[in-house]
Design a binder for this molecule. Structure first.
Ligand code: PMP
Length: 407
């Protein structure tokens, strides 16, 4: 992690991390099964579940519209949630935070509302080879619509220097690969990209979970992530965009609340952030995510990260002792991807599932990266601070059992 890029208030030294207490906040962990698929979606803390239940049981109301008591409270909670997201990624102006339905929708919004009107034939979008389909397909689609070109980039900073030119309009990169766990040097990348007056789009879907980020200090133009990977609800995403860019962008979808005035011949768009939030938002999701973020403030994020690193080292050491194993992920990453020679990854997933171990296998939404790695899929375990050594031990035992059946 680049020093100084972390939001300081999130890392105050007086917070204490007890792995046992942290784990106890997750009702789903009160069973024998082992969850090692958090990079697909994280388990949810009780605080989030309770807040969602409270909204649906006692305080159901719309947001930003009606003026009755519960509706006003809901509007206030959404405002607070937006501020909590802004604090999380170290943004001063919370109106630069847009609610979407996920990282995928956030990136599609950038592609269609920012890039599509801007791009001309032969303009270039540099996309790293590490990307999840969500940070590739929106660019391929807009390239087809405009005649712009997609330029493949290894994610290496030196190589970027040779790819950037006056034709480059956008550079798209992940904060953390969902396959290899690699975290590119966003600071160096951002500096280079801005020398060419291009804009930097960062997919934070995996990175935000493990690395506090200071989006303003890194000078990131657009930043996208999903609540559900950060202990939050499904169906809710975040798009951060610099105010000047969001203001110049065309609207994304039309509907209630994205306008100031409308007639049968014209309309005037609302101010940020409402301009991009047509229709009733995911109110329960935002309230649940607000509770998640409030809960997360109790924990020292750097200690959570250190703990997960240690757990990853432990898992890797155990895995290394198995025969014929090939790793694709970087060391000390919460994401560990590998294959076992002669065994199909999906056979492992099925045999582990029978032993109550949840993992992910396959192309994991990164086909181009699979081609580069020379495989058709991987076995991926992903770790969170609610996991422990016992989870790893059970996984290793189950994996050995599976290998005994398959070899
Ligand atoms: N980017 C990365 C790196 C991801 O891992 C994922 C989810 N697997 C996404 C984007 C897309 O997130 P969502 O499906 O929640 O929109």
């Amino acid at each position: 992690m680049v020093t100084g890029m972390v939001s300081p208030d999130l890392n105050s030294a007086n917070k204490h991390f007890s792995p046992k207490q942290f784990r106890a906040d997750f009702p789903a962990l009160n069973s024998e099964s082992v969850y090692l698929d958090s990079a697909a979606t994280a388990l949810k803390p009780k605080a989030m579940i309770d807040a969602t239940m409270q909204y649906y049981t006692h305080n159901t109301a719309t947001a930003e519209r009606s003026l009755h008591h519960d509706a006003v409270k809901v509007t206030e909670a959404i405002k607070q949630a937006r501020q909590n997201v802004a604090d999380l990624i170290a943004i001063k102006n919370s109106s630069e935070i847009i609610w979407t339905k996920g990282a995928t929708e956030s990136i599609n919004l950038i592609a269609q509302s920012y890039a599509r009107p801007l791009l001309k034939p032969d303009d270039e979008i540099i996309v790293s080879e590490l990307e999840h389909h969500s940070n590739l397909l929106p660019w391929l689609i807009v390239a087809q619509q405009t005649g712009a070109k997609i330029i493949k980039w290894s994610s290496n900073v030196d190589e970027l220097t040779s790819l950037l030119s006056s034709r480059t309009k956008i550079v798209a990169i992940t904060q953390m690969s969902n396959v290899t766990g690699f975290c590119p040097d966003l600071f160096a990348i951002s500096q280079l990209v801005h020398q060419y007056n291009a804009i930097l789009v960062v997919d934070g879907a995996q990175g935000i979970v493990h690395q506090p980020i200071n989006v303003e200090a890194l000078n990131i133009d657009f930043y996208a992530f999903s609540a559900h990977k950060l202990y939050g609800p499904t169906g809710l995403g975040i798009l951060y965009g610099k105010k000047a860019l969001l203001e110049q962008m065309t609207v994304w979808q039309g509907g209630g609340k994205m306008l100031k005035k409308a007639s049968f011949t014209e309309f005037v768009v609302a101010d940020l952030p409402y301009k991009f939030e047509a229709g009733t938002p995911n109110i329960a999701g935002i309230i649940g995510f607000n509770a998640t973020l409030q809960w997360l403030k109790n924990w020292p994020l750097t200690q959570l990260e250190q703990y997960t690193d240690q757990l990853s080292q432990y898992a890797k050491t155990q895995l290394t002792q198995l025969a014929n194993i090939k790793f694709y992920s970087v060391d000390n990453s919460p994401i560990i991807s590998f294959n076992i020679n002669q065994i199909h990854h999906n056979d492992i997933a099925i045999l582990l599932s029978e032993q109550q171990i949840a993992i992910r296998t396959g192309e994991i939404c990164a086909q181009p990266l699979m081609n580069k790695l020379g495989c058709h899929g991987v076995i991926r375990i992903s770790l969170m601070p609610y996991n422990n050594q016992n989870d790893i031990d059970k996984f290793i035992t189950a994996l050995k059992n599976a290998m005994n059946v398959l070899i």
